[in-house]
Design a protein around this ligand. Structure first.
Ligand code: ADP
Length: 401
């Protein structure tokens, strides 16, 4: 069974084509600059040369048509005909309270995703454009939507409610939703397999730290708490996002600096985090490099980042009344031995004994970074959100054929 996984943004569209017989990736690619001049399609067919094509791609319909043309291209393609595509799975950021799991796309589902535009105005509309574009180009093919928020729908009220008037929750559904759910779900399952324990008996903290960053308390296989909230701004310090702060800072800054709502929003989302403190940038590689060369601001940014992560791990261990393992994933979590070291070294009281040699190893495999005797384990588990989307799509459509 062949499954196309799509992640549509407002001007971009990423795709991966899977053969679910053996979960192998047949092609990876992306279309960038949709609706702008000189759109680019980058296509990497497995075992063949990468292709870069510049053309005019005005909308998502054309982008999907171009990528299908590429998938069945005589020279660069990997399929004989577009009829070989059995199903398409889409990443959708916000499923609100309506979607607790992945689901087949129907008219009602589309209506509900549209109703949720309010909660994710930047992310859900392009996902709908992706769905419509597939309907247009592949009208017979079933589609599945996989939500970033769905995994966290298991959180209890004490985790997901804000201590603000209940009417705001009732009227506007203002609550914590959490994001990166597909990733937290994927790495928790893989961590349990690596630990050789049933997921249902484990207390895990998963740290998805990339450009955006969140951690989750996973109790008996279900999300019990997570650091992102109504939007992906809350929680950990990130590349350009502030994470947690005193909400009074918003009106205070607006008043003192004469900022508009849009400006303060942009300050917290795009001009804060590692970038704001280091003055260097948002990329952890640059921060660590500068820190190693003695840059004080870079060191401060690094210390703030790792301290906040440590606090969350401690808070979640308390929240679950115990901890079996901490899992690191995504760009920083998978690649930065320095960040993992700074976090784990200072959690010895919890029973985490870092093994420096293991931590220094660079690998694409799931692996331990603690000693064999460590009471609480720490692991690196590379995330693969696309594969999880492909698996859910497969499960929901395999009987449709
Ligand atoms: P996204 O959140 O956009 O999916 P990723 O999970 O790919 O992003 O993470 C990207 C980030 O990972 C980069 O901005 C960079 O900070 C970080 N990163 C990647 N490689 C390294 C590395 N070797 N050391 C430290 N940080 C790294």
């Amino acid at each position: 069974m062949i499954i196309l996984v799509m992640n549509a943004g407002s001007s971009s569209l990423k795709y991966q084509l899977y053969n679910m017989e053996n979960e192998s990736v047949l092609a990876v690619g992306r279309v960038e600059r949709i609706g702008m001049d000189a759109s680019i399609l980058v296509h990497e067919p497995a075992g063949k040369q990468e292709v870069n094509e510049v053309s005019e791609i005005l909308d998502h319909n054309t982008a999907v048509r171009k990528l299908i043309d590429m998938l069945i291209h005589k020279e660069h393609g990997v399929l004989a005909s577009m009829k070989e595509i059995n199903a398409v799975g889409h990443r959708v950021v916000h499923g609100g309270e309506s979607f607790k799991q992945s689901t087949l796309v129907t008219d009602d589902v589309k209506k509900e995703i549209r109703r949720l535009f309010d909660l994710a105005p930047l992310h859900n509309p392009p996902a709908m454009m992706g769905i419509a574009a597939v309907e247009y180009n592949l009208p017979e093919v079933p589609q599945v939507v996989v939500f970033d928020t769905a995994f966290h729908q298991s959180m209890p009220q004490e985790s997901f409610l804000y201590a603000i008037p209940m009417v705001l929750y009732r009227r506007h559904k203002i609550r914590r939703y959490g994001f990166h759910g597909t990733s937290h779900d994927y790495v928790s399952k893989h961590a349990a397999a690596k630990l050789g324990m049933p997921l249902e008996e484990l207390k895990l903290v998963t740290c998805h730290i990339g450009n955006g960053a969140s951690c989750a308390a996973i109790l008996n296989g279900k999300s019990f708490d997570t650091s992102m909230g109504l939007t992906p701004l809350e929680g950990l310090m990130m590349g350009t996002r502030s994470g947690d702060l005193d909400p009074a800072i918003v009106p205070f800054t607006m008043n003192k600096e004469e900022l508009t709502l849009n400006e303060v929003n942009s300050m917290l989302n795009k001009h804060s985090g590692l970038q704001a403190i280091s003055g260097i940038g948002s990329d952890m590689r640059e921060i660590v490099e500068a820190m190693d060369e003695g840059d004080k601001q870079a060191k401060l940014a690094f210390d703030m980042y790792t301290y906040r992560l440590r606090k969350y791990i401690g808070a979640y261990a308390a929240g679950m009344n115990g901890l079996d393992a901490v899992v690191f994933t995504a760009g920083v979590g998978e690649n930065s031995a320095a960040v993992r070291k700074a976090v784990c070294e200072n959690l010895t009281f919890l029973g985490i004994e870092l093994d420096e040699a293991r931590n220094a190893i660079h690998s694409k495999e799931a692996r331990y970074i603690t000693t064999d005797d460590s009471r609480v384990k720490a692991l690196v588990v590379p995330t693969n959100e696309e594969l999880l989307i492909a698996r859910d799509t497969y499960q929901l459509t395999k009987d449709e054929r």
